[in-house]
Design a protein around this ligand. Structure first.
Ligand code: ZN
Length: 683
């Protein structure tokens, strides 16, 4: 997902594990008749995903998915408000205009208006979902004011006693003034991160006060600490710093009540007693905001491996908070893909072998690898921070002590990666950036499959591997910890993909599949992921830093032996791997070093590695890549329209649930606005 946590003195109470490894997919498998790609605008593409296997589920399982799906949509407004306090006002205003504008709808400006609205929907607010910079509309203030004044029947979200003129003036500033709320998550540590970040997790407090507050409530020596600050906004009231907690009679209560309503229904059709209990505890947590209950719920959830239907629902990931404490609301509803899960079970079962044979120092290895449960899932509904832009793999829960004592669940989302793959068929990307025809062929043949195995290895083994030396704090790497942690997980996966063990276990057919993954990883890390960066900017996102760290380090370290060769042909740059065996050794060396850094908490070495390899890049290469990419007319970011789960009633009873696949993103957004708009505009 989206993690930009750059802070020298940050107190990270939760480690970050779940992932968005969605890179530009580049393979061509069998083409399906289903239309995956529906439209493209700005730097975004909208796709659809299918829910294969849904028909074969039992009626209760279908009902469970339907109820959890409603719970996933019910919290939609929360993420808008969390991202920025005026997001709901902007969104609702734009939606009113979209419905009611009575003027000319054939102009260029009107089409720019629609692009802007779709971007706001996509990003759950006015800041880019990935870079977190405020994006600007392709029309001007005067046009916007004209729209407001020519949309009869509109109900604009005015504050009590506010005049339309005042309201429209404020909104115009919010949308058009580049200096107001310029970035959702600010990361320059020379300044007060909280003051400069537009995200809505703090109000009236500065960074120092936030740090002091959480330092004061932490219990020293607690081995099972709650996730401090996870589900609240920190505010100042009568000069006193306090938490405004997300709960039924607190912040976001209106939406939380609806979530609870659907969780209660789900409880009645739960697959196991433990799942039922977990749903009950989750609802109770939502009622009270009690973080002890959140932990209790997570333990129940992570230990229950029986149900086929599963879900994520809560305030979970902390990437949206510059302090790395407060969680955005998200939900994913899914069920197990039984066939593909046998693949990850093989990986899990052999976790100890992988740990024992890794190239890291024995002192940094886990003697007993515990609770690496892994499955492949079919996503049935996405909500909150996971919609429409979704991760392709998740590893939860986040609390370190729960992971250590009770394990974690690791999932890869097969129907989502499949949709990515299908949507990119024949887009010309491989032909443009591969160094040789063999590389293109290899990628077509193995890219999709090898990419999935990489994700499985990263999630099930990578994050769970290794241990800290006694006395090393899990917070020692501070602002570099996310990038280094992702590097560690990727290195673990990459290192082993070359191992004959992969064929022995039937995970990869041959070394060529691993070659395809090495090709694509290095190509992406050295070059093509730069398509996501705007000119003049550095790499900030943790996964992107990780990929460049690994590939640049390998490139530089193998330069003398020409392990990875930089080729210039017709003014275009390519990277060609000449020595896969040596590259594999280099990956092992780097894995050992990154593991050492983590195990010893060697902040200086971690900082040096990230700053030297992961942040900066050659601006000339960047410009070249952007130009080549621009000619392909592709969008670097993707998101998904949700399928619609439609209950079939016989009287009061649901007798079946049907799946529909709408193909109009704007229509889905307008429907959500009508059906799932539970929060007031100003919270
Ligand atoms: Zn990861």
């Amino acid at each position: 997902m989206k993690k930009i946590i750059i802070l020298i003195i940050v107190i990270m109470s939760i480690s970050i594990y779940s992932c968005d490894q969605a890179k530009e997919k580049e393979t061509t498998g069998e083409k399906s008749d289903f239309q995956f790609l529906t439209e493209q605008f700005a730097d975004l593409k909208i796709m659809r995903y299918q829910i294969p296997g849904f028909e074969e589920l039992s009626l209760d399982q279908k009902k469970l998915i339907y109820y959890l799906g409603e719970a996933a949509l019910a919290g939609r407004d929360i993420i808008f408000d969390q991202n920025f306090k005026y997001n709901l006002a902007v969104r609702r205003t734009l939606e009113e205009i979209s419905k009611n504008f009575a003027g000319d709808r054939q102009t260029q400006e009107w089409s720019e208006f629609n692009v802007y609205l779709k971007r706001v929907w996509f990003s759950n607010g006015i800041h880019h979902h990935y870079s977190t910079d405020k994006f600007m509309p392709g029309f001007d203030k005067e046009y916007f004011e004209m729209l407001i004044n020519n949309s009869p029947g509109s109900v604009f979200p005015l504050r009590e006693g506010q005049q339309l003129e005042e309201f429209s003036g404020l909104l115009t500033e919010v949308i058009f003034n580049p200096d107001i709320a310029a970035k959702r998550i600010y990361s320059n540590t020379d300044f007060d991160l909280i003051e400069l970040s537009a995200c809505n997790y703090y109000e009236g407090v500065n960074q120092e006060e936030v740090e002091a507050y959480y330092e004061s409530i932490k219990v020293a020596g607690d081995e099972t600490p709650i996730s401090y600050g996870l589900n609240s906004k920190l505010i100042k009231e009568d000069g006193k710093v306090k938490e405004d907690v997300y709960k039924v009679d607190g912040l976001y209560g209106e939406a939380i009540s609806r979530i609870i309503y659907w969780l209660d229904k789900a409880e009645a059709v739960a697959e196991t007693e433990q799942q039922k209990e977990a749903l009950g505890v989750l609802a109770e947590y939502y009622k009270t905001g009690d973080l002890e209950l959140w932990d209790k719920y997570n333990v129940l959830w992570v230990e229950d491996l029986v149900p086929e239907v599963d879900y994520v629902n809560g305030f979970i990931e902390v990437y949206g908070d510059p302090m790395g404490m407060k969680a955005s609301w998200e939900s994913v509803v899914n069920f197990k893909n039984l066939e593909a899960t046998s693949r990850t079970e093989i990986i899990s079962k052999n976790a100890q072998w992988f740990e024992d044979n890794s190239p890291t120092d024995p002192r940094f290895k886990k003697e007993e690898v515990k609770g690496v449960s892994a499955k492949v899932i079919t996503v049935a509904q996405l909500g909150g921070d996971c919609y429409p832009s979704t991760p392709i793999g998740i590893n939860l829960p986040n609390a370190d002590w729960i992971r250590k004592d009770h394990g974690s669940k690791s999932v890869t989302m097969d129907n989502i990666t499949y949709a990515y793959d299908q949507a990119s068929l024949g887009n010309g990307f491989l032909e443009e950036f591969c160094a040789t025809p063999e590389e293109i062929e290899r990628s077509k043949k193995y890219g999709y499959m090898a990419g999935n195995i990489h994700t499985d290895m990263h999630e099930c083994l990578g994050h769970g591997s290794g241990q800290l030396l006694p006395g090393t704090s899990s917070e020692a790497l501070k602002n570099y910890s996310s990038a280094l942690e992702e590097s560690r997980a990727d290195l673990f996966a990459l290192y082993y993909m070359w191992s004959p063990k992969m064929q022995e276990l039937g995970l990869l057919p041959d070394r060529e599949a691993a070659m395809a993954e090495y090709d694509s990883y290095m190509r992406n890390g050295l070059m093509t992921q730069l398509t996501r960066i705007q000119p003049g900017k550095d790499i900030e996102q943790a996964h992107m830093r990780n990929r460049q760290l690994i590939s640049r380090w390998c490139y530089e370290s193998g330069k003398e032996d020409n392990v990875i060769e930089e080729i210039s042909r017709d003014g275009k740059t390519y990277y060609k791997i000449n020595d896969y065996d040596r590259l594999n050794e280099l990956l092992g060396e780097l894995l050992a070093e990154v593991q050492r850094i983590k195990s010893e908490g060697d902040y200086e070495a971690g900082k040096q590695l990230v700053e030297a390899y992961a942040v900066k890049f050659d601006p000339e290469l960047h410009a070249e890549v952007l130009e080549r990419y621009g000619k392909l007319n592709l969008a670097p970011y993707g998101g998904f329209i949700n399928p619609v789960l439609v209950p079939v009633f016989d009287g009061e009873n649901i007798i079946d649930v049907k799946v529909e696949y709408p193909d109009d993103y704007a229509e889905q957004m307008m429907r959500y606005a009508k059906d799932y708009s539970y929060l007031p505009t100003y919270n």
